[in-house]
Ligand binder design. Structure first.
Ligand code: NOJ
Length: 600
């Protein structure tokens, strides 16, 4: 897409996504344009100058489509409309146009694995008979061992569990009032899985892609990209224990069923997935998904301007993930191995090497991700006793992080990720060093996982708290007009006040200024287009992670003692919080710090 308004120093590149820094906007929590307590598209437009100044290349917006919001918009009722909560299609167009004028690409979220139960297709399926074309768009089955017509099918068709807790199947009541078929929902009961063998489903999603491509979207983040195709016959899964293993007792009562989005009477089987990556299963990472992405690749190729797709696929090992980015499939996949490595030099070095190798084997760029709207924010994870753990939410009775330590490590990790070749994803608020809200009261929690597991799994609300823009304003300035409208939809912790953007803007040593400096450095040195060579001083077993990218030497100190600055090099940028713009005299890299160095 050629754009006369793109600043001259931002060259029109081909395959812009190769090294793009993409900023994830979670629309409900980014900026509130109308003072109703909920972020929206006008809020995004209003804050575009901030994002441009930050130095990112692209924005990815989590879903803003028409939705009953049972899973914060990942339950889409109409793929072609903006939910009134977030504005209108005109607001989207205005936002997109303004973003493009500022040289920012815009990626929208595509949710193809499931619709909302309020989608017209599911409503039609409920009204239609078993075996009808309307039912054929979803995954409806009779109960296990049900004698056809007997109505005795009171056992779910197989043993699959919902990722959000409880069974993955719900039984419907047929239009005539009799107990009916079961439908599959890998997530909430309000998110029925589509049947991807159905040609109408395939055609509809192609048309949805075209709808947003025609409007000018530069790409798609593909939700649950590893989940669309299920193993034929939907067999039981022996590994189901992996989903229920380690389940804590129900330890807190959520608000009464019915009040909560997604609350369901069968939410009585709490479980905790020990890792978001499941062992091979009949519902994830089936080879058949790749045909879908080859098909979509051809749709995108009909358009100008290097449109792209990025897969959200929690699969292992890195070679399996790389399959999603083969030349005729998607352009990128989120690198969750890197995110899961935590603050640990050896684990991080292994993840970096394995992902670079796997990506190179298919000629795709790597991506680097530390946080998103589904994970505990990394400054908080890195401040826990074990900074490699991956808690599924944190509540006040859980271990609380050392926030200063966590932030120091988060800043250091950012310098590592920004110097790696490939593309990087930032989650809104990480540029402010925001922590997870770890003391949200149960009654404020909205994530369906919290409710479906009856509080056994805390869920993701703590990383979704509305951003603080101005310390001395109601809601920390979440409402862009500064009006004193409704309180933000989730309460903000007091720790957000001093981290508000206005407190960091122009302040040497602040996390915001660090991000601005790092992004500018990365862009000037073209680090995203470079390559990695482990440095002589690289010694992850001793806590030193060090690599060259072009003329830059990157050294992260994960150890217990300062590391010497290698001879012949000077520090040009440091993640340490001490305000400074000149580190050249530094001869030691403190612990929990990363520095960029160049030759004297
Ligand atoms: C992944 C999304 O990131 C998450 O927020 C959502 O709950 C699930 N997919 C289901 O759509």
């Amino acid at each position: 897409m050629s754009n006369p308004d793109v600043p001259a120093d931002r060259p029109a590149r081909s395959e812009w996504w190769t090294d793009a820094v993409v900023y994830q906007i979670y629309p409900r929590s980014f900026a509130d344009g109308n003072g109703d307590g909920m972020g929206d598209l006008r809020g995004v437009t209003d804050r575009l100058p901030y994002l441009q100044q930050l130095g990112v290349d692209a924005l990815w917006l989590s879903p803003f489509y028409k939705s009953p919001q049972a899973d914060a918009g990942y339950d889409v009722a109409d793929y072609r409309h903006v939910d009134p909560l977030f504005g209108s299609l005109e607001d989207f167009d205005a936002m997109l146009q303004e973003a493009h004028q500022r040289g920012l690409k815009v990626i929208v979220d595509l949710v193809p694995n499931h619709t909302s139960d309020e989608h017209v297709w599911f409503q039609e399926a409920l009204a239609a008979a078993p075996g009808s074309p309307e039912r054929g768009r979803y995954i409806f089955r009779q109960g296990k061992d049900e004698v056809p017509g007997s109505g005795d099918g009171d056992r779910a068709p197989n043993n699959w569990k919902s990722i959000f807790g409880g069974p993955a199947w719900s039984r419907i009541t047929e239009a005539d009032g009799s107990p009916g078929e079961w439908y599959l929902h890998l997530f909430d009961t309000k998110q029925p899985d589509l049947n991807w063998e159905n040609t109408e489903v395939q055609e509809e999603m192609r048309s949805v892609l075209r709808f947003w491509l025609d409007r000018g979207a530069d790409g798609f983040r593909v939700d649950v990209a590893h989940g669309l195709v299920k193993e034929p016959g939907l067999p039981d899964w022996e590994g189901v224990a992996a989903m229920v293993e380690g389940t804590p007792e129900v330890r807190r009562e959520p608000s009464p069923p019915g009040d909560a989005p997604g609350a369901h009477p069968d939410a009585v089987e709490p479980h905790r997935a020990v890792s978001p990556v499941y062992p091979p299963s009949p519902f994830f990472d089936q080879d058949g998904v790749h045909d879908i992405y080859r098909d979509w690749n051809r749709v995108l190729a009909e358009y100008d301007g290097d449109r792209m797709m990025v897969a959200e696929a929690w699969v292992e090992p890195a070679e399996r993930l790389a399959r999603y980015t083969r030349p005729d499939e998607m352009q990128q996949a989120f690198n969750f191995d890197f995110l899961l490595a935590g603050w640990d030099a050896e684990r991080m070095a292994v993840a970096i090497e394995a992902s670079l190798e796997a990506a190179a084997s298919v000629g795709a760029p790597c991506t680097w991700v530390l946080s998103n709207h589904d994970t505990v924010r990394h400054p908080t994870r890195f401040g826990l006793k074990d900074p490699t753990t991956f808690p599924k939410g944190i509540a006040s009775e859980d271990e609380q992080p050392d926030s200063a330590l966590g932030l120091a490590r988060a800043r250091a990790a950012t310098l590592i990720s920004m110097a790696l070749p490939g593309s990087a994803y930032l989650y809104q608020g990480e540029e402010l060093g925001l922590p997870e809200h770890t003391t949200l009261p149960a009654e404020a929690r909205q994530d369906p996982t919290f409710h479906r597991t009856r509080g056994a799994e805390i869920g993701r609300d703590g990383c979704r708290v509305p951003l603080p823009w101005t310390q001395d304003a109601p809601g920390y300035g979440f409402a862009v007009s500064g009006n004193t409208g409704a309180a933000p939809w989730l309460p903000q912790p007091e720790s957000f006040g001093p981290l508000a953007a206005d407190q960091q803007d122009g302040v040497e040593g602040s996390t915001l200024e660090l991000y601005r400096a790092v992004l500018a450095f990365r862009s000037a040195r073209k680090l995203g287009r470079g390559s990695l060579a482990w440095a002589e001083v690289h010694a992850p077993e001793s806590g030193v992670l060090a690599f060259h990218n072009g003329e830059v030497l990157v050294l992260g100190n994960f150890g217990f003692a300062s590391a010497p600055v290698p001879e012949g090099y000077s520090v040009v940028l440091s993640s340490a919080p001490e305000p400074s713009s000149d580190w050249s005299g530094l001869d030691e890299v403190p612990v929990d710090c990363t520095v960029y160095l160049t030759r004297d």
